[in-house]
Every structure is written in C-alpha cells, then in structure tokens.
Design a protein around this ligand. Structure first.
Ligand SMILES: Nc1ncnc2c1ncn2[C@@H]1O[C@H](COP(=O)(O)OP(=O)(O)O)[C@@H](O)[C@H]1O
Ligand SMILES: [Mg+2]
Length: 232
C-alpha cells in the first residue's frame, strides 16, 4: 500500500488528537509503516491497530493522552528504578509508560522470551511486530490450549526467562498471553518493573497467582509454590 496522504490521515481526526496524529505521521514518515489499517482492540489506556508496511502488517499501540488512569500509572511507574525522578504530569507519565513497554520488550526479547519484536516508539505510540497470520492471534482466555501441559510448560519457560532478564511482567494473565498456533506469546509489558525495584516481589507474586489460577481451572495439578520453584 502507498503512503497515506494528508487527506487520508484526516479520517483519523475524529479518533485521535492532533498531537497523536502528528506522532503517527512522523513514525510513518520514517518508514516504519504506511498507514493504519484496522483496530484490534480498544482498551482502558490504549488502542491497538494493525498497520500496513508494504505487504506486511505491523502492530501499533496508541496510548490515549486523555487517559484518566494516569494517577494509577504514576503510582506504579514511580516504583520502577528507571523512572524514579518522573514528574507528575499526565503527558510525561503516559510517554514514560509507552517507553517503558518498549524497553521491557527489548530486554526480554534479548533473553529469549516469546513476545512481539519492538520496532520503535515515539511519545505515546509504540510499534511492534504483529502477532497473527491474517487475523491477530487470539488471547489465551478466548483460545485455551489443546495440549494444556505443553502450553503451561512453555508459559513457565517464558516466565523463567522474563525473571532471568531481571523483570517482573506485573500484568501476566490469560488476557496478556496470546495463543499463536499453540505457542504462548507474552504481550502488554507496560507494567513490567525491574526486579530490583521495591514493588517487584508483589508484581511477581500476582503473575504467579494468575497463571496458577488459570491452569488450575483447565485441570492441571499446579500450586503457586510449584510455579515459584520452577522459576528459580
Ligand atoms: N503485537 C500484537 N499482535 C497482535 N495483537 C496484539 C498485539 N499487541 C496487542 N494485541 C491485541 O491487542 C489487545 C490489547 O493489547 P494490550 O497490549 O494487552 O493492551 P491493553 O493495555 O489494552 O490491555 C491484546 O489483548 C491483543 O488482542
Ligand atoms: Mg492487555
């Protein structure tokens, strides 16, 4: 597909503010994608789209600048050693949230975690590899694995690698794991906090709890203790 013209970007004016449109145009101008294609998800803090890049698709996550959740975001990110000095300004917090997700994905990919390859970020926009074939890969909650034990083992392996990379995901559940052709792909790393940070244990604990609850429901004989043991 050819690059979007000024007129074509106008379509998005009702969806995004001018600042976000300019950020999208700038990323597109750098050759990261041609134009947005279709919405995948409209979440609490972010909208996720597919975008075309030549014949390929990439994934664009756009944090909404008017996010009303920024006080909670501030509370979380302030604990992260990398963002200690962050000021309490809505935009700065949202940009930091976006940057943190990018940095976390870089960190864990390096450690071999199965997650989308981060491509670029600017302000409140994050570009990453699109996970799916023609359609986006479904969330684990909507596509339970065929071989539960095998999938569970792969999830544990990815959790282990995340921990080894020095990170607690912090929002891991069947909502933030995609089932891509029976392989788990971890997504949504914006809560991810360095393990050295003061609240990391709490986040890791929460991840273990969620994963335990989900696989127990599918009939696996797991406990939180067992999971914690297999992470060390
Ligand atoms: N790289 C990706 N490829 C395909 N689908 C994705 C990708 N990233 C996110 N999604 C889809 O968008 C949804 C929302 O993304 P997520 O990062 O979890 O944001 P939110 O903060 O809104 O939960 C996911 O549940 C998933 O269905
Ligand atoms: Mg999510």
């Amino acid at each position: 597909m050819a690059k979007k013209t000024k007129e074509e970007w106008k379509v998005f004016e009702n969806v995004f503010d001018q600042f976000t449109i300019r950020t999208l145009q700038s990323l597109s101008g750098k050759g990261h994608f041609d134009g947005l294609k279709s919405p995948i998800s409209l979440g609490k803090e972010a909208n996720v789209f597919t975008a075309e890049k030549g014949d390929d698709l990439v994934c664009v996550k756009i944090y909404r600048l008017e996010s009303t959740n920024f006080n909670a975001m501030y509370k979380y990110i302030r604990n992260d050693l990398r963002f200690e000095g962050l000021s309490h300004q809505r935009r700065k917090i949202i940009f930091a949230w976006c940057q943190r997700e990018y940095r976390n994905m870089m960190l864990v990919r390096e450690a071999g975690v199965n997650c989308p390859k981060p491509i670029a970020f600017a302000n409140n926009v994050l570009l990453m590899e699109f996970i799916g074939d023609e359609m986006p890969a479904p969330m684990l909650k909507d596509a339970p694995p065929r071989d539960v034990k095998k999938f569970y083992d792969a999830v544990i392996d990815n959790m282990k690698k995340t921990k080894k990379a020095g990170l607690a995901h912090g929002d891991l559940s069947e909502y933030n794991i995609l089932n891509h052709n029976e392989e788990p792909v971890f997504i949504d790393f914006s809560h991810g906090t360095l393990l050295k940070s003061p609240n990391a244990d709490e986040l890791l604990e929460r991840d273990v709890k969620n994963i335990c609850r989900y696989f127990k429901k599918l009939g696996l004989d797991v406990t939180e203790e067992k999971i914690k043991k297999s992470l060390v």
